[in-house]
Each structure stands twice: as structure tokens, then as C-alpha cells.
Design a binder for this molecule. Structure first.
Ligand code: THU
Length: 130
């Protein structure tokens, strides 16, 4: 049992909705606010490839659009032995909207690794640079 079990379960479930017909690489993400609300997202691919949205950004944009502004953890679930870290674009978005939160990487076999955002994204560009 870990404090992230429910979030991992939510990300595993939403992963099944992934629209990943080009890569066949399905990703689920789940984001939690301090009040305990959970927002989920899956990757949504596009025939032009470049318009693809990653699961993490879908979850964050859903939450922002619902009015949530504070987050305390995010989970990323894939079905691979090597856990999947967020891509560069998602690191920028996670940093800007969530700050230095724990990023929980998990797979369907129960492997879990927790990294801090500042480990994943050590020298960010953000509003403090403007
Ligand atoms: N993808 C995610 O959704 N999140 C990640 O952390 C890594 C990559 C998606 C984008 C694309 O649909 C597929 O995985 C292969 O890159």
C-alpha cells in the first residue's frame, strides 16, 4: 500500500481510453489536488502526429479548465518494463502548473518510482525569468 495507489489505479484505468492508433503506446496520467480531487488524462494522437497530446498535459489542462490551480502529485502509467518519464514539453507544463511535485512513474506490473520535478527538470524557464 502506498499513498499513490488510488492515483495509480485511476491512471491505469484512463490509460485504456488512449487514442494511440499510430504509436500503439498507451499512456494514462492522474493528477491530485490538495483537496483530494483527481483529474485524469490519456494520450490523444493525431494523423498529423505533431498535434498529439500526451496524457500528462490532457490531465493538467482538464484540471485547469475545471478551475483547479493547486496540485500535489502526478502519476504516469504505461505497460512497459522501463517506466515512462514525462516528455520535455510535459515537463515544462508540469513545472509551470504544479511546481516541484512528486512525479510517480508506474507500470501495470506494480513497478513504481517516485521522482521530484526538480530532479526531472533541474533548470527550468518559467515566469521568474520574465
Ligand atoms: N506520451 C505520453 O502521453 N506521455 C509521456 O510521458 C510520453 C509519451 C505519448 C505521446 C504519444 O502518443 C505516445 O506516447 C508515443 O510517444
Amino acid at each position: 500500500m502506498s499513498e499513490y495507489d488510488a492515483l495509480i489505479a485511476a491512471a491505469s484505468k484512463v490509460r485504456e481510453n488512449a487514442h494511440a492508433k499510430f504509436s500503439n503506446f498507451k499512456v494514462g496520467a492522474a493528477l491530485r489536488s490538495p483537496s483530494g480531487k483527481v483529474f485524469t488524462g490519456c494520450n490523444i494522437e493525431n494523423a498529423t502526429y505533431g498535434l498529439t497530446l500526451c496524457a500528462e498535459r490532457v490531465a493538467i489542462f482538464k484540471a485547469i479548465s475545471e478551475g483547479e490551480r493547486r496540485f500535489d502529485s502526478i502519476v504516469v502509467v504505461t505497460d512497459t518494463d522501463a517506466l515512462t518519464p514525462p516528455c520535455g514539453a510535459c515537463r515544462q507544463i508540469i513545472w509551470e502548473f504544479c511546481g516541484d511535485i512528486p512525479v510517480v512513474l508506474a507500470n501495470l506490473k506494480g513497478k513504481v518510482e517516485v521522482l521530484g520535478m526538480s530532479q526531472l527538470f533541474p533548470k527550468p524557464f518559467d515566469s521568474s525569468n520574465l
